[in-house]
Ligand binder design. Structure first.
Ligand code: ATP
Length: 254
């Protein structure tokens, strides 16, 4: 990894970028995944590269939703495997959710590389790896319609960090409650999910783990209250306003 001085104003962002480039070199990340990261970085910049109040609010709702879920599943793609393999395994243990490898640009070699890194980080059970377990989600026209019959196919709540809009819509049509983590509050995924955490996955997953731990002491009624009081559209609007306010502030000092 090239040396990035700690004093660099964009050090965190550059280190995340390096992780993704390393993930690409190790065969985890698709070329398109690098581009998706670029889009994410731009929004992170506009959001101030920190977890804002609206994201914290969405994280709380997501934790409550995961705690009341009967069969939660976390979908893992190359970017997640490269950026936060340890955290995603930790989250799956914390909320007792299955991990399912699900790739938009499907590729057996890449899938195996992702499985390997998840195992190295402590995952025992990983779905989405056997062709005999494949099922097709209706209403979507890509390799991503393939899901595991014991995973996403039967899940009630699906976490899809960095998902594409078509698949999020297909998951919603299939009756799933969808939680996403997406830095772009305007993306189709953000607009379609039930709960959108507008934050960088590298910050949000640890916060989601902590919030799940905290809320695990609450009863079902309190958790349902948190979920029912959460309004995703309103939360997305607040994120757009946050970007607007950040830009207005910058315009004054530029
Ligand atoms: P959609 O189909 O939902 O409109 P898209 O076509 O804009 O999405 P994709 O390339 O399918 O985008 O998915 C990448 C999404 O993930 C983008 O919205 C991007 O902002 C977001 N993203 C990229 N890197 C990160 C990250 N590290 N943390 C959170 N979100 C990220």
């Amino acid at each position: 990894m090239p040396l990035i001085p700690k004093s660099h104003p964009r050090v965190k962002s550059l280190l995340i970028r390096e992780k993704l480039v390393n993930g690409f070199d190790k065969g985890l990340v698709a070329k398109e995944g690098l581009l998706a990261q670029g889009r994410g970085e731009a929004f992170d910049y506009l959001l101030g590269e920190k977890t804002n109040k609206s994201a914290s609010h969405a994280i709380k709702a997501a934790a409550a939703q995961l705690l009341v879920a009967e069969m939660p599943v976390i979908s893992v793609n190359g970017n997640i495997a490269a950026l936060c393999p340890k955290q995603i395994v930790k989250l799956s243990n914390q909320i007792k959710a299955n991990l399912e490898v699900n790739l938009f640009y499907t590729n057996e070699k890449r899938k195996q590389a992702i499985v390997k890194i998840l195992k190295k980080n402590g995952a025992n059970k990983i779905l989405g790896t056997k062709s005999t377990s494949s099922k097709k989600l209706p209403g979507i026209d890509s390799a991503r319609r393939i899901v595991d019959k014991d995973g996403i196919f039967v899940a009630d709540v699906v976490v899809v960090p960095l998902e594409d809009g078509d698949r999020t819509m297909a998951l919603r049509k299939a009756g799933k409650t969808v939680i996403t983590i997406d830095l772009n509050p305007l993306s189709r995924t953000s607009q379609t999910a039930n709960i959108t955490i507008v934050d960088n996955v590298t910050r949000a997953i640890d916060l989601l783990i902590n919030e799940s731990k905290k809320l695990s002491k609450k009863n079902q009624k309190s958790l349902l209250k948190i979920i029912n009081e959460f309004d995703n559209k309103k939360n997305l609007r607040e994120n757009v306003i946050q970007i607007k306010n950040n830009l207005t502030r910058r315009a004054k000092i530029a």
